[in-house]
Design a protein around this ligand. Structure first.
Ligand SMILES: Cc1cc2nc3c(=O)[nH]c(=O)nc-3n(C[C@H](O)[C@H](O)[C@H](O)COP(=O)(O)OP(=O)(O)OC[C@H]3O[C@@H](n4cnc5c(N)ncnc54)[C@H](O)[C@@H]3O)c2cc1C
Length: 380
């Protein structure tokens, strides 16, 4: 019998495991359905880490996650885990007005941000030659993109070095909460723990339902394409706020382009994991709208993963019933906040922190509208 079992080896689950082994939780087991970590949304993400987020919790979580990403990078010696590209958020004038309060807030926290017009954008990044004449660019030079798979692998290795037990290829089928323990049933065997934390991304709802409980989590689909620029390019991370399209530099010739969000509920056990034709056509048009030299670019491949929506776009973190805790509801921007959220979930399970505003039961598990992303920059 373990003190804690964590279900899920994405960014959230691996971060939770490391915090738990470092803070005296006792004997801890992490189980992951795939034979490797970061095999689902975490490994499919663009990996943008930006301070340009609206909610005070998110600002705090991004700041803490940056520390944890740096810590993992140092531990691994992998200098490519974090790429310091800077991010340019492209807005129309109305969106820009809405974001001015955040500009002041970032400056007050000594986070660099500059407001650029079209001339300044092109002076810095000539490849963005097709942006609109009235565009407003918010330049946040300290923003990164991170390799979430490398982070999760390193974090798992760090936790294993501190006695974390790991069962890969162990898909939990059901969870039974009893008076003195929680049992999880997987392939062939059942395992017991005093407490269980489900960090299974968009599968979390299905697992909770096996206990007779339910939560307000609806999975939706997001897509990413990898584009080959044969003659290279020079771009930062780019986010077009009106369309939610984003670009992430991935080496000198490879550009990632998303998001192709499909805002209806998807079944995590049965959805299209490749990019769809409509997305591939839309993303080609979108990239060409900003960059004329993109006409020489070729699509390498595209793929899709799931994000978990909640009614208020805030995560569900905390107790579902005695001994059973969850951390889910990333709403499409769970890498940049993930390491901090993993820690927080364990702090709540240990009784160190109380966060009633994140209570998993704060909304009834009924249908609710799914809202587009914008990476947490707008409070909608
Ligand atoms: C295309 C795309 C692009 C994105 N880009 C960004 C970005 O640029 N920046 C950003 O901040 N966020 C981004 N996101 C969101 C980000 O990927 C997620 O918020 C984040 O990965 C959530 O991490 P997680 O650990 O909660 O979930 P996951 O990574 O999905 O991990 C959950 C794990 O639980 C395991 N699991 C599920 N069921 C079981 C079971 N029954 N038994 C055992 N294990 C189980 C799964 O196999 C999986 O490994 C993107 C998402 C997508 C799809």
């Amino acid at each position: 019998m373990y003190d804690l079992i964590i279900i899920g080896g994405g960014v959230w689950g691996t971060a939770a495991a490391l915090y738990a082994v470092e803070h005296g939780f006792g004997s801890i087991l992490l189980v992951e359905a795939n034979p490797y970590v970061a095999g689902e949304s975490s490994g499919k993400a663009g990996g943008i880490v930006s301070d340009f987020v609206a909610h005070p919790d998110d600002r705090k979580w991004v700041a803490r996650s940056r520390q944890l990403f740096r810590q993992a990078q140092q531990a691994s010696g992998d200098t490519t885990m974090i790429a310091h590209d800077g991010m340019l958020s492209l807005c129309n004038p109305k969106e820009a007005d809405q974001l001015m309060a955040q500009v002041a807030e970032l400056k007050a926290r000594n986070i660099a941000i500059e407001v650029w017009n079209k001339r300044q954008i092109i002076a810095h990044y000539p490849d963005l030659d097709r942006v609109d004449a009235n565009i407003v660019g918010f330049w946040t030079p300290q923003d990164w993109h991170v390799n979430p798979t490398a982070y999760a692998q390193t974090t798992l290795a760090m936790a294993k070095a501190k006695n974390l037990v790991v069962h890969l290829g162990y898909r939990v089928q059901s969870i039974k909460v009893e008076d003195h323990q929680v049992s999880i049933k997987g392939p062939g065997t059942s395992l017991e723990a005093a407490q269980v934390l489900i960090a299974a991304g968009t599968w979390t709802r299905k697992l909770v339902q096996t206990t007779g409980q339910d939560i307000a989590l609806r999975p939706y689909r997001a897509q990413l394409a990898s584009l080959d620029f044969p003659s290279g390019y020079q771009l930062p991370i780019v986010r077009e706020m009106s369309t939610d399209m984003y670009l992430v530099p991935d080496g000198s010739h490879n550009l990632l382009a998303g998001d192709g969000t499909r805002l209806w509920e998807h079944d995590p056990d049965n959805y299209q994991t490749s990019g769809d034709e409509q997305f591939e056509a839309e993303i080609a048009t979108g990239v060409m709208r900003l960059i004329s030299r993109a006409h020489t670019a070729q699509l390498r491949r595209s793929w899709a993963g799931l994000c978990g929506a909640t009614p208020d776009r805030r995560p569900l973190i905390g107790k579902v019933m005695d001994r059973l805790y969850i951390a889910c509801g990333d709403n499409g921007f769970g890498i940049k906040r993930g390491p901090a959220i993993g820690e927080l979930a364990v702090q709540i399970a240990m009784g160190e922190v109380d966060a009633p505003h994140l209570d998993p039961h704060r909304y009834p598990p009924t249908d609710f509208p799914l809202h587009p992303g914008s990476g947490g920059t707008f409070t909608k």
